[in-house]
Design a protein around this ligand. Structure first.
Ligand code: ADP
Ligand code: MG
Length: 611
């Protein structure tokens, strides 16, 4: 009789398959190893990373350690010390319980471990590669455990290739680190990347931990939230509405000190801000729920970032009420008085001129206290925060002059196509809804999106300029200080040459950068926002493609400096803009692929009249 077709998979294959679920990228390893360290009762956990975790992820803890037998068992699949039977599943106090993580990690990487319990004189050294134990021997080591994971996915080239740039992987690692560090302020954490200490977090309370991670200024932007019922206890901090950011981030929920994602609870919280913040802006929040384990199920997702409450609706309402209460209690409802806020730094001469902005409609673009201000030389500093026409006109005249020179130059230098387009442009143009410029060209009605057109023109001018020289810098009268996360500081420092070339003048402090000068072209004063955008681009850009970085920064400057929708334009300004636009090689589309203008042919118009 033939042997049956069905066979048990060899362990190392089963482990590799399990690894597919547990280990997606270096950050997943970080999470598993750090959670194990927490479960082992460590009160200091050190995370050491090289190359975003692609070369090394090491976690060193001072927890209970393992004896030689446990050290070996730990790498077996379904080996766990944390549950003994199914009922234990409903009273979980630990992070891990599946007993899969170490086995999975060891299946797809080179792993070395040193571990020692208090009871033993010597510890255990263990080396495993692709599930195979290479070496096990006694070793002199500290009490606790150190696990080093090297060359992740070395034996699965397809997965290895799938890893993103060092910066992107490091961003994920950072995020995992934030989540665990925020959930456990009573534990000291250290993070080292490529030999540099990024964080050294002492034991503290929650608020101190938040500010040690994200900068001390954040503390002043938060208000406490607290609510307790028989079912659940909620504590935490939520952002004052005026500090809502344009980008998501710094939004954290924890259930029993475990980070969770929940769009449902996010919704509950945001409804409390209704009318207080703009659409598409995001207040920071750090919310900690405490609830009896029997009311939640954490076992519904392999990476365990989701939690099911047995009464979600109740949690929703309690959270919403708590948040409203907390925003109200700290007097953040409509009558907020900006002038009496010492935590907001306002340059002296600006303070007297700033009009009051109704709190109900806070627009971060025009927040006078944060970064709209401090910036530009007095001669071009707006007297009002809101769209100041005189200011824009002065600016546009400047631009006009520039582009006039440029088009003069071009008309003598060539009889090219763009010249024909230009000459076919109607000399009359008017503005529609302060958003579009309407004119005619070649028997067609032409409708141009003013902001996109101007951004595109400015972008090309910047690139043109960069070909020959650095972009000149204008010094700020009031340099702007921006608090940054350590990895963001690193990003800036790594790319400092490019940034200087783009016209920025910066000095670095321990956890902040001082912007002393900005590119000449930069006509916005929202310098903090610009930096947020630049950092995001740096973070996402492959460091090998430096030109890309220049282009991306140029694009940010152009977009920030371009006239906005809602801005009234003089007719000469519109003419110049149209001429500049149609001299570009590709005027029809923005770099992000959005339409710059549209046309309606006379035929289409005739049709509307049944002609
Ligand atoms: P789980 O955490 O789900 O139990 P793991 O594969 O992550 O599964 O770990 C297996 C076992 O190894 C744990 O149950 C624990 O007993 C032991 N272990 C892992 N890491 C550590 C550590 N840092 N200190 C002490 N024991 C550890
Ligand atoms: Mg574990």
């Amino acid at each position: 009789m033939d042997a049956g077709r069905i066979k048990l998979l060899p362990d190392h294959v089963a482990n590799q398959i399990a690894a597919g679920e547990v280990v997606q990228r270096p950050a997943s390893v970080v999470k598993e190893l750090m959670e194990n360290a927490l479960d082992a009762g460590a009160d200091h956990i050190k995370l050491i990373i090289k190359d975003g975790g692609k070369s090394l992820i090491q976690v060193v803890d001072n927890g209970m350690g393992m004896n030689p037998i446990d050290a070996r068992m730990a790498f077996e699949r379904h080996a766990t010390s944390k549950i003994a039977n199914a009922t234990d599943l409903f009273q979980l106090q630990t992070k891990g319980f599946r007993g899969e993580a170490l086995a999975s990690i060891a299946a797809v990487a080179h792993v070395e471990m040193k571990t020692k319990t208090t009871n033993e004189a010597l510890g255990t050294y263990l080396k495993i590669e692709g599930s195979k134990i290479i070496k096990q021997e006694p070793v002199a080591t500290q009490e606790g455990t150190s696990i080093a994971v090297k060359n992740l996915f070395y034996n699965i080239p397809a997965r290895r290739k799938f890893l993103k740039s060092i910066q992107v992987e490091m961003r994920h690692v950072n995020e995992e680190f934030y989540r665990l560090a925020l959930a456990h302020p009573n534990i000291a954490f250290t993070l080292i990347h490529n030999g540099q200490i990024i964080y050294q977090l002492p034991l503290s309370n929650r608020l101190q931990r938040i500010s040690n991670l994200f900068g001390h200024k954040l503390q002043a932007q938060l208000v406490p939230l607290k609510e307790e019922t028989d079912y659940i206890k909620i504590e935490g901090f939520i952002g004052k509405p005026e500090f809502a950011k344009r980008k998501r981030g710094l939004q954290y929920f924890f259930v029993n000190n475990r980070y969770i994602k929940s769009s449902y609870l996010n919704h509950a919280l945001l409804t409390a801000y209704e009318g207080l913040i703009k659409e598409k802006s995001y207040p920071p929040y750090f919310i900690y729920f405490d609830i009896a384990p029997k009311h939640i199920d954490v076992n519904i997702h392999p990476t365990k970032t989701e939690v099911k409450f047995d009464d979600e609706q109740t949690v929703y309402s309690i959270l919403k009420v708590a948040a409203k209460h907390s925003l109200g209690q700290f007097n953040l409802s409509p009558s907020m008085d900006f002038d009496s806020r010492p935590d907001l730094e306002v340059p002296y001469d600006f303070k007297n001129k700033a009009p009051k902005i109704p709190a109900i409609n806070v627009d971060p673009e025009f927040n006078p206290f944060k970064d709209v201000d401090e910036g530009l030389p007095a001669k071009i500093r707006p007297q009002k925060i809101e769209k100041n026409l005189a200011y824009w006109d002065a600016f546009m005249k400047e631009t006009d002059q520039l582009s006039q020179n440029l088009s003069d130059f071009q008309s003598v230098s060539s009889g090219n196509l763009s010249l024909d387009i230009e000459s076919s442009l109607n000399q009359q143009a008017f503005q529609f809804k302060q958003k579009y410029i309407i004119t005619s060209k070649d028997q067609q009605l032409l409708i141009v999106h003013q902001h996109r057109a101007h951004a595109l023109v400015l972008f090309h001018k910047l690139l043109q300029q960069l070909k020959h020289e650095s972009i000149p810098s204008q010094q700020l009268i009031f340099p702007v200080e921006i608090q940054l996360l350590p990895h963001e500081l690193n990003l800036l420092k790594t790319n400092i040459d490019k940034i200087i070339q783009m016209g920025f003048d910066l000095s670095f402090f321990q956890d902040a950068v001082l912007v002393k000068g900005v590119p000449m072209q930069l006509k916005t004063m929202a310098i903090t926002h610009i930096f947020e955008d630049i950092l995001q681009e740096l973070d996402l850009t492959n460091p090998d493609s430096l030109n890309q970085i220049e282009e991306k920064i140029a694009l940010i400057i152009a977009e920030k400096s371009a006239v906005k929708s809602g801005q009234k334009l003089e007719s000469a300004t519109m003419q110049t803009l149209l001429q500049d636009l149609f001299q570009l090689p590709e005027p029809a589309w923005t770099l992000k692929g959005k339409k710059v203008f549209t046309t309606i042919s006379s035929k289409q118009i005739d049709l509307k009249f049944d002609l």
